[in-house]
Ligand binder design. Structure first.
Ligand code: SAH
Length: 233
């Protein structure tokens, strides 16, 4: 029961891309996860396999057609496919580590990559697409966003990173940004490693790391501290 990713895109050549290398690439070779792509254009209309059309109501750009995209989605998700259907979209819920974890615990994902001005609203509703954003900026297409999402998910799959990702000490895992890291040499360009880290005192080290994580979070991402507060009843 490995994690199965299916990506619907007009640019299947962009996959596996960066996910074919390093940790994700080795995991892909081992079969810890699978990735297939569906070329949306194969479901396009007419001699030119048209996938887009002008926006209803006028305005700039083009919109991905509902009928074309629905045909591609239906082809990719046979009856009984329980995988969540995601649409990469700047209007979506911002991707979080909690969402990444939930996806990694599931059977996989069907990921639709938008292009142009976006996709016809009716296919989002009719096929139950969940819109997911990777941040408050606009990409030219959903493909880099899908790569980002899958990278974050794949590293959490069993066996992909060994113990490294499971410690729960990384940024966001405990609602905090991570503490700073140091390695050899002990002194570099006149800068020493904080003395506590050289002390061998594990309790002191843990307390220092926690305090640094809290300090950094308060300084850079106070919003994380606020959202970590228990909800008021
Ligand atoms: N006109 C749209 C932007 C379209 S960008 C708007 O203003 O909301 C084209 C495609 O890129 C989108 O359909 C989406 O699939 C993808 N995309 C762009 N920015 C993204 C983001 N921040 N997160 C996820 N996908 C994004």
């Amino acid at each position: 029961m490995n994690f199965r990713a299916t990506v619907l895109t007009l640019y299947p050549e962009m996959f596996p891309g960066a996910l074919g290398l390093s940790l994700a690439g080795r995991a892909l070779e081992r079969g810890d996860w699978t990735l297939d792509t569906v070329q949306i254009r194969e479901f396009g209309l007419g001699r030119h396999r048209a996938v887009d059309d002008t926006p209803a109501g006028g305005g700039a750009g083009m919109v991905l057609r509902a009928d074309v995209l629905a045909a591609a989605i239906d082809h990719a998700t046979p009856e009984g496919d329980r995988r969540p259907r995601l649409l990469m979209s700047p209007r979506g819920k911002p991707l979080t580590q909690a969402k990444v974890r939930a996806l990694a615990a599931g059977p996989g994902a069907v990921i639709v990559c938008g292009r142009f001005e976006g996709v016809d609203q009716r296919v989002i509703e009719a096929r139950g697409l969940e819109e997911v954003s990777i941040g408050d900026y606009i990409l030219s297409g959903g493909e880099p966003a899908a790569l980002v999402l899958l990278d974050a998910v794949v590293r959490l799959l069993p066996g992909v990173m060994g113990n490294e990702a499971s410690g729960g000490e990384e940024s966001f895992e405990n609602g905090l940004l991570e503490h700073p890291h140091y390695t050899r040499p002990p002194e570099w360009e006149g800068r020493a490693i904080p003395e506590v880290l050289m002390s061998g005192n594990h309790a002191r080290i843990a307390a220092w790391r926690r305090a640094e994580a809290e300090r950094l979070t308060a300084e850079r991402r106070p919003d994380l501290l606020i959202s970590a507060q228990p909800t008021q009843k």
